[in-house]
Design a protein around this ligand. Sequence first.
Ligand SMILES: Nc1ncnc2c1ncn2[C@@H]1O[C@H](COP(=O)(O)OP(=O)(O)OP(=O)(O)O)[C@@H](O)[C@H]1O
Length: 253
Amino acid sequence: MNDIITTASLTKRYGQITAVDTLNLSIPAGTVYGFLGPNGTGKTTTMRMLTGLLEPTSGEASIAGASITDRDALRPHIGYLPEEPPLYEETTAYQQLEYIGGLRDIPTERIHNYADVLFDALDLEAGRSQRISEYSKGMRQKVAYVQTILHDPDVVFLDEPTSGLDPRAAKTLREMIRGLADDGTTVFLSTHILPVVEEVADTVGILYDGNLVEEGTPAELTDRTSQHSDSTLEDAFLELTDTDPVKEVLTHD
Ligand SMILES: Nc1ncnc2c1ncn2[C@@H]1O[C@H](COP(=O)(O)OP(=O)(O)OP(=O)(O)O)[C@@H](O)[C@H]1O
């Protein structure tokens, strides 16, 4: 299978802190990669480097053959939904998408057709004519998601995409994520909601202190670490990222 995301010793330091440490990833096209790790372990830093927003200290990476340091070449291939997506407060959802789509030369008719289908699926019809400043967190998240995939990118980076969504919308979004991958789009998904990853990810990578400490299918990770037959990805995650300093002192001989 063709790897569409590759990184080679990708590293980011902030002064004394090494946020991402010689990260090597090879992610095949058309798969969902669940990127997990405790808070402050380098996930956002990695995503910002892979989307060309942050320069690496060292190492390399490419997306669909475009180097992450070549932003013009990279841009058409990627969509990024950050944890706090920027939206224009005074516009409606349509206007927001028209503006973003316009920057990418997407015809207005296509933007409207696409938005109509996705807004129906995500239950955002009622909010279409409202200004974004009047939106709830979940409504904002829905518009931001549509904005992320509007130009049909090869790789979509999603940071906590179900944040703020009600259970029905979150379920629809999980199905959409799977649908994207089934249609050949690659999804790089970071979330702390492990059942979401368990449901949609083909492969899971666990980042810990900037290092990739484990990688495999959700079932493999669970099996590798499981103490009992009904273990979940959450059990595996907790075991692989266990840094209880008190426990470390007590067990140190
Ligand atoms: N601009 C910055 N300047 C200095 N240190 C930073 C900066 N951004 C991030 N860091 C540090 O880099 C490390 C990784 O942060 P990052 O935001 O990538 O983690 P994360 O895994 O995305 O966390 P979370 O799950 O909480 O979103 C942390 O130690 C953080 O304090």
